[in-house]
Design a protein around this ligand. Structure first.
Ligand code: CA
Length: 549
């Protein structure tokens, strides 16, 4: 993902306090009765390989005595399940993918290997991994089944080859990809503007934020809209802007005839690009945006040069940067708007991209299922200890070699908070919602800790981003991607080329190339494999029975 360290915020919702929670001591007796959580005696070893990064190092720095190889999670797995997690190797992100590629190509893989859909097919065809159909059916706990099926059948369809389940999907959250429009409300008020109802209003706000000196320093040094060179970043990307014109450049969707089409080549995109070109020409978009990634672009926010951006629910934690130098800066999430003012569709790309496979020859393939079961149980089950195993307050869940999570957990937490706010009954708040409520309460109390709750209030508060997501869902505005199968043959071969072609063409157009280049792009996209991919995607769709939920 392109935003680098910023994406760490997506699930990294730290807890407010460090209350010591006793470890799940079992005192020798098994803690759980079900087979999916039973202990091996003698213990078994399970090897992985592992990607390291700065975020993990930061977490470990604050946890004396814990390492990537030996930590609270590896201790728990050994103690409760009798599974010793080992690592054949760990490597920094910059090298990891290449080294894994070499390992996969040579067939020298660890007991459990995390792969993408194309790699899964290669391993399966080479006979290097085990069929997990029976072990999943026998060992997955009810909680695991429920959580992993929350994205529908797509993740399991992709992991199923020739009718056999060849890996466990890392079911990811489509709904968390919903976009919001984050606006600096103090600027809006200072300039006498109202929140937008239409795209015309959005453009008027962008123009005013650029030309009317919203920061009152006497210089024209602000921009209307934040954009990065990746165009579809989860924050400061253009996905939400394009949706305002009925354009969905990153997903496969149904057209009027019931066929699947690629959103990126539809005429609505051309229209949106033309508007962006004008915004760029008139200085509403930074001249340098095509050289900035999310980290670089976040400097605009800290320097108070930006008053509007599209982004996911955790955008609050990004825009909070503007309060570093100016505690008066205020932001709020607003719903996406359309040209006509009718509620637009909010695109949700299918996001499950990785799978856990088990090497051929392992005596206990079900050990993987047990790790997943226990990870979910200790964070979201009846015996959960979130302040030890989820956020401590560091995001310690990342120390586990497997990290499944309920994809709707944040929206559910918001709904619990709403019930609590309405009825005043704190017992409706489960672990995560309870800790979020503490943060919001700290914000509302206005004391020295209030700033730590600011972002939480903007995301989970009464008018926070989740109140909008809740409305999106109730009003059926969510547009789930229609293609949720394994990457097709041509996709595997051509998707990088086509992706780069799209980004480069769009960047060129925004920066002033003739709009007719869009038609050239569409022709090239089709010729370089897009047409073939479209045929393959529709073949998949027809096999699935076409339009279904
Ligand atoms: Ca200014």
């Amino acid at each position: 993902m392109a935003v680098g360290t910023l994406t760490a915020c997506e699930r990294n919702h730290s807890l407010p306090e460090r209350s010591p929670v006793p470890q799940g001591q079992t005192g020798g007796a098994p803690l759980y009765q079900e087979p999916g959580l039973s202990r091996y005696d003698p213990p078994v070893e399970l090897s992985f390989v592992r990607e390291n990064n700065d975020a993990l190092e930061e977490i470990l720095k604050e946890l004396p005595g814990e390492t990537l190889e030996h930590n609270r999670w590896t201790d728990l797995y050994e103690e409760v399940l009798g599974i010793k997690v080992t690592y054949d190797w760990t490597e920094w992100s910059s090298i990891y993918s290449r080294k894994l590629g070499v390992s996969l190509a040579s067939g020298d893989i660890p007991d459990i290997v995390r792969v993408n859909a194309s790699q899964l097919r290669v391993l399966s065809n080479a006979g290097l991994i085990q069929d997990l159909t029976e072990v999943y059916s026998k060992y997955a706990t009810p909680l695991t089944r429920q959580v992993l099926s929350e994205e529908g059948s797509g993740p399991f369809d992709t992991a199923t080859i020739d009718g056999r389940l060849m890996a466990i999907p890392e079911t990811s959250s489509s709904i968390e990809g919903a976009m919001f429009l984050w606006i600096r409300t103090d600027w809006l008020e200072d300039l006498g503007l109202e929140p937008p109802q239409t795209m015309e209003d959005v453009l008027a706000i962008s123009k005013a934020f650029t030309e009317r000196d919203p920061d009152r320093n006497g210089r024209q040094d602000t921009y209307g809209l934040a954009t990065t060179k990746y165009l579809w970043d989860p924050v400061m990307g253009l996905t939400g802007f394009m949706a305002g014109y009925g354009a969905y450049p990153g997903i496969w969707m149904q057209d009027k005839t019931g066929k699947l089409v690629y959103g990126g080549i539809q005429p609505e995109v051309k229209k949106a690009l033309l508007v962006l070109q004008d915004m760029y020409r008139t200085g509403q978009i930074d001249r340098e945006f095509a050289f900035k990634d999310g980290v670089k672009a976040s400097e605009w926010i800290e320097n108070e040069q930006i008053g509007m951006l599209y982004g996911e629910q955790w955008g609050s934690f990004l825009v909070q940067l503007s309060r570093t130098h100016n505690p008066q800066a205020q932001w709020q999430a607003f719903p996406l708007v359309s040209e006509s003012g009718a509620p637009p569709k909010v695109p949700l790309p299918f996001s499950t991209s990785h799978f856990l496979a088990v090497r051929q020859g392992i005596a206990h393939p079900e050990a993987l299922i047990k790790l997943i079961n226990l990870h979910l149980e200790k964070n979201w089950g009846a015996t959960s200890e979130v302040e030890r195993f989820y956020n401590a307050p560091q995001a310690v869940w990342k120390l586990s070699p497997v990290t499944p999570f309920p994809v709707r957990k944040n929206l559910e937490a918001f709904r619990q908070l709403e019930t609590f706010r309405r009825d005043g009954d704190a017992s409706v708040l489960k672990d995560e919602a309870k800790t979020i409520q503490k943060r919001i309460a700290a914000y509302e109390a206005g004391g020295p800790d209030s700033e730590t709750g600011w972002g939480w209030e903007k995301t989970y508060g009464v008018s926070g981003a989740f109140s909008i997501l809740d409305r999106y869902e109730r009003k059926s505005q969510l547009l789930y991607e229609s293609f949720v199968g394994a990457p097709t043959e041509t996709m595997i071969e051509k998707q990088n080329i086509l992706y780069n072609l799209q980004i480069d063409s769009f960047l060129d157009i925004i920066q002033g190339r003739p709009i007719s280049q869009f038609d050239d792009f569409v022709a090239q996209w089709n010729k370089l494999g897009g047409e073939q991919i479209t045929a393959e995607v529709n073949e998949w769709y027809a096999e699935k029975g076409g339009n279904r939920k």
